[in-house]
Every structure is written in structure tokens, then in C-alpha cells.
Design a protein. Sequence first.
Length: 396
Amino acid sequence: MEALKGLKILELGQLIAGPFAAKTLAEFGADVIKVEPPELGDPLRKWRMLRDGTSVWWEVQSRNKRSVCIDLREPDGQEQVRRLAAEADVLIENFKPGTLEGWGLGWDRLHALNPNLVMLRISGYGQTGPYRDRPGFGVIGEAMGGIRYLTGEPGRVPVRVGVSLGDSLAALHGVIGVMMALHHRSAHGGGGQYIDVALYESVFNVMESLLPEYDAFGAVRERSGSALPGIAPTNAYPCRDDAYVLVAGNGDSIFRRLMQIIGRPDLGADPALAHNDGRVARSDEIDAAIARWTRERTRDDVLALLDQAGVPAGRIYSVADIAADPHYLARDMIVPTQTADGAPLRVPGVVPKLSLTPGRISWPAPRLGEHTASVLGEPHWPPRAAGAAGDDDPER
């Protein structure tokens, strides 16, 4: 049994944030009907690298979903969505605030049709506030949320994270909100409610001590490259073979073990360096000592010695490293699948890992409109056959 089996999700979003939230729920058994515009579908179908005309990213983002083509700008399409929403547990959307209201699909209208509906609304700036009407993408949310300012080398232009982190963080916050709202509905007899997730707030929520340090001390945290100011030692250190290792020796006992292995027991025994605040004051000295030791050894030798000493350390992984790593493979994080056309494709596995009701990849991302006739031809939301998955799925 899957954890969310029987949960009915209507996905109106496109691209990243809304669909990522729906993907996560679908991986644990929720029945996700993805509404796409006719002819072109979700623009993500054409984003980044395409194989046979379809993005391989699409194959990850839309697995376990069913595709229904509906034109939300047309009255007939809006009525079809209202009929589906009347039967849904959750509706997910990530349009600019006011867009659904203009189509007669806003919260007030849908809540009146289905008082138990949970509606997840993801947008750049949220449903309220002076910026609500601005268009917002993940990169803008990352900048406003504070992470862009901190990313990069000191004195150089701030750089973006190499993935759409703001969208994914918003999606995961949305999933948390959905599960809270469903629990409130089932455990406390509450009705439906809407969840307002803003991209910038989702980024800001993971910014740790950024604001209280500013408020208490007027400190503006700046870009610091591979180091993490205020926590020492933790950095990337050069090795003899032109590779780098990441070493996190910032625990008090870990620091002593690290200093022993690099031949600096004097630093490990120094009372002034016994705790983090003292080490931060002398972080340049400590980093220099570690770097002198790593430069004399290859990356693999450094990692082996630090592992034996119980010091957290690691290499910097490229995707080629990830795809070949035995730990990824052992934990089913590199999963061989097939697309709807039968082409083989390795994709990321499912997280988190539940012991009793784990998630799974049940079937590949759908062709555009693949399930339109079967879904819209039913008088009510069609139930999924018990235990259906993959080739046994009634839609395949």
C-alpha cells in the first residue's frame, strides 16, 4: 500500500514549482491529473535537452501523472476543471495571483463547490502584499530570499545556484502545507483551506541566522566562496592531483582528531581552539595548516585518511561521479526506467524513504493529452484499479 493511495490531486501548474509538488505526492500513490493546454502542453516538455522532441527533464517531473488537455481560457474548459475540482482532494496551481480568479477558478468559487478542497497556491510573492501582481520565477525568488547575495566569491558578482532551487524549495514547502491541511481535515474535522506559498519566502525560510545576526549586530553576511564564516574549520582544500576535498572539522572532538591526523596536535590541544568561537577567530591559520597537509597528498589518499580518523570529508561530485557511485546505486537513487515510447532512461529515485509505505515510480511521464478521453469521459473522478501500476495501469 502506498502512503497517499486514494488521494485525488488536480494539477493546474506548469514548469517547475507546482508540478514538482504534484510529482512528490504522485510518487507516494496520489492520483495526479495534470491539466495541460492543448497542442503545446506544459512548456517543460521543451526545456533543456530534448530526446526525440521531448525534454528528459519532463520524464522526471511528470512521472506517475495522467495528462488531460483542457483550455483554461475557454468557458468549456473552465467548467471541466470545476467538475474535476469538485471531486478532488487537492488542487495545485502556480499561476500569477488573480489568474485563476479571472477564469472563474479562484478559491472562493472552488471552495463553494467543494468545501473539503485543499488548494496549494505557489507564486513569486504570495497572494497578498504590494508585490503580489509581479511575475516571479525561481531565480527572482532566490535573489529576494537572500541566497543569491551569499553565493559566489568575495568581491565578485553574485552567482546563481546551478539549479532552480527557489522553485523546488517552494514545492517542498507546498507539500508540507498540503499534508498539514489534509491532517487538519481528517484528524480534526476541519474543512478545506488554501495554502499560500511564495518563492522568496521559501528561500528566506532556509537562510538560517541571516536576519537575527543583522538585527542583533548589524552584520550583513557576505559572499565567502567555499568557506562558511562563523563555523570553523569547514572549507574546500586543494590536493596534490589538482582536486579538492571538502573537510568539515567544526565539531570540537572532530577538530582534535583532524589536527592529530594532519600532524598539528598542538592546535588540537590549544585551549583557545577548543570551541567554535575560538577557532573562528583563527580560521585563516587553521585553514592554512589543513591546506598544507592536503597539498602533499592525492584526493583519494586524503579522503581515506580522514575517513579512518572519523573526520567528515568528501569529494565534489559531478553528475558522472553520481551516476557511478555505489552508494547512490545501493540506495536506489539511480533508477533505470523506460519512457512512454519505450526508450531506456536512468532517473533519480524517490525520496524520502518510508519503511512501510515507500514511494515508487509506477509509470512514465504521459504523452500530451494521453488520458483526456478516459478522464473527461467519466461522470466522476475515475477510481484507480487496486494495485494498478506500470503495464497493469488501466490507462495503459
